[in-house]
Design a protein around this ligand. Structure first.
Ligand code: ADP
Ligand code: MG
Length: 340
């Protein structure tokens, strides 16, 4: 085990009656880092988190936390806290009682409970809400109570499974920042499950992108955005997603290329006859600071360009586009990256 890895999964697999949950999951997570497990619904994010938490046991592989092999340890012996999408608060208990519930169970003294409660409510901006019941709080406040409960647990490792899914977009943004700040201020290690690439990209130091129970790529948000391993990563990460073009659609300068990827920001609209591809406008979507113009070209998917400001273009009009070879991502017939 490398000295820097605080959480380590090595070749972890989980199946139910032969049905695949996850397979070949190997991860090295340094202490104090923020790791996002990202991927579409059913790809194995929660399974990975539950294996780490000890709520499931692996069929293969090993798991260690803080240098200790916990592969078969009970969840209660793993020294971690968890935050779920469903806040899992007791509806009949007040905010304060919910937050210190675990401490009470562990027979922590009343004085210590009070100190920890105060600090956790301060951090999560919930001072003054001690006596409220969960039913008297907004979704964002409830999620903050769940966070406060995780904070008072005082564990160095916190696992979160889609904690923001129940919140509306604006609140999600706010709590996203809260969680990130909390993680930094407390110096804790967070493993965070989300299907939302924006969330993963904006919060995580390291993103683990999964598909069908397997890891597709592990890297910084920039790694995944700028150097996607394969066409799945290319299309999953970034908004708008990378466009993929059949390499035979234009004279390609790359050997063995089957698919060429290009991001909207690297496409230029050029005067008629001067571009590499002639496209038909399918839609214009005003986003505020810019307008997203969808383009159709035989053998291409997801082609679009961004124009500054309000710049609607009539559906069906023709646009010529161009791009530099350096900005192309080249993939082979199996969708694997060829360019460096
Ligand atoms: P995600 O969290 O990425 O949406 P999950 O980890 O929940 O995905 O699920 C991964 C796969 O494992 C899915 O195919 C799911 O149906 C299956 N799975 C998860 N939990 C169980 C279970 N308890 N029994 C059987 N299959 C399960
Ligand atoms: Mg899940």
């Amino acid at each position: 085990m490398t000295p820097s890895s605080f959480v380590k999964l090595d070749g972890v697999a989980k199946r139910w009656n032969g049905q695949l949950g996850v397979e070949g999951i190997s991860l090295d997570i340094p202490e104090g880092s923020f790791t996002a497990l990202l991927g579409p619904s059913g790809c194995g994010k929660s399974t990975t988190l539950r294996l780490l938490a000890g709520l499931e046991l692996p069929d293969e592989g090993t798991i260690s936390i803080d240098g200790k092999d916990v592969t078969t340890s009970a969840a209660s012996d793993r020294n971690l806290s968890m935050v779920f999408q469903s806040y899992a608060l007791f509806p009949h208990l007040s905010v304060a009682e919910n937050v210190v519930f675990g401490l009470k169970v562990r027979r922590v003294s009343k004085k210590e409970r009070q100190v920890k409660l105060h600090r956790a409510l301060e951090i999560t901006g919930l001072l003054g809400y001690e006596r409220r019941k969960p039913g008297e709080l907004s979704g964002g406040q409830r999620q903050r109570v769940a966070l406060a409960r995780a904070i008072v647990a005082g564990q160095r490792l916190c696992l979160m499974d889609e904690p923001l899914s129940n919140l509306d977009a604006k609140l999600r943004n706010a709590v996203r920042k809260d969680i990130k700040k909390l993680q930094r201020d407390l110096g804790i290690t967070v493993v965070y499950v989300t299907h939302d690439q924006t969330e993963a990209m904006s919060m995580a130091d390291t993103v683990v992108l999964m598909k069908d129970g397997h890891i597709q790529q592990i890297g910084s948000p920039d790694d995944l955005y700028s150097r996607p391993n394969n066409t799945f990563v290319a299309e999953f990460v970034g908004a708008p997603p990378m466009a993929l073009i059949d390499a035979t659609a234009f004279a390609s300068v790359f050997d063995n290329s089957a698919t060429v990827g290009i991001r909207a920001e690297n496409i230029q609209i050029v005067p008629s006859g001067q571009g590499r591809l002639r496209c038909v406008v399918t839609e214009s979507e005003f986003l505020g600071a810019e307008t997203l113009i969808g383009l159709d070209h035989a053998g291409a998917s997801g082609l679009c360009v961004l124009k500054p400001g309000l710049a609607m273009v009539a559906e069906g009009s023709e646009i010529d586009i161009d791009f530099q070879d350096e900005s192309l991502h080249v993939f082979d017939a199996d969708g694997q990256r060829l360019t460096g």
